[in-house]
Design a protein around this ligand. Structure first.
Ligand code: MG
Length: 159
């Protein structure tokens, strides 16, 4: 079988007065994430895993934060664009699996919504989207709520 694996990681600082979007789902919180786009760290990690699997340059190269076109961008639109870039190279997502690291808010009640949004954007069935959330047990900057991070892996197959 001709399969490729990719890995992605992203971290964004928390900031008051910003909206909080994770995995394409809007959370009600008294803070959001800093960033040029909607700062959806989870979706960015998944984008980078998919791009990496196809041997393509990372999300910062595809959608530069110096480009006003991506200001406030919906990261689900970026993920859909990543899937198009893969397809142009003859690849399609086979599955993705990601871990979100956030001290707050509580993520678990929204996991199914996030998986559904990510499945729609990648064109994958929901059961091919793995998603876990953990806190950082109070350790370090993520544990103090100063940032939210995500790790992701993705497998791609010939389109
Ligand atoms: Mg990012």
């Amino acid at each position: 079988m001709n399969l490729r694996i990719g890995h992605g990681y992203d971290i964004h600082r928390t900031a008051p007065g910003r909206k909080l979007v994770l995995g394409g789902v809007r959370f009600e919180a008294d803070f959001g994430l800093e960033g040029h786009s909607d700062a959806d760290a989870l979706t960015h990690a998944i984008c980078d895993a998919l791009l990496g699997a196809a041997g393509l340059p990372d999300i910062g190269h595809q959608f530069p934060d110096t480009d006003p076109a991506y200001r406030g961008a919906d990261s689900q639109a970026l993920l859909r664009r990543v899937v198009e870039l893969l397809r142009a190279r003859g690849w399609a997502p086979a599955n993705v699996d990601a871990t979100l690291i956030a001290e707050r808010p509580r993520i678990a009640p929204r996991l199914d919504e996030m998986k559904a949004a990510l499945a729609r954007s990648t064109g994958l069935p929901v059961d091919a989207v793995g998603l876990k959330a953990t806190t950082n047990e109070g350790v370090g900057d993520i544990g103090r709520g100063l940032a939210i991070a995500a790790h992701a892996v993705a497998l791609v197959r010939p389109a």
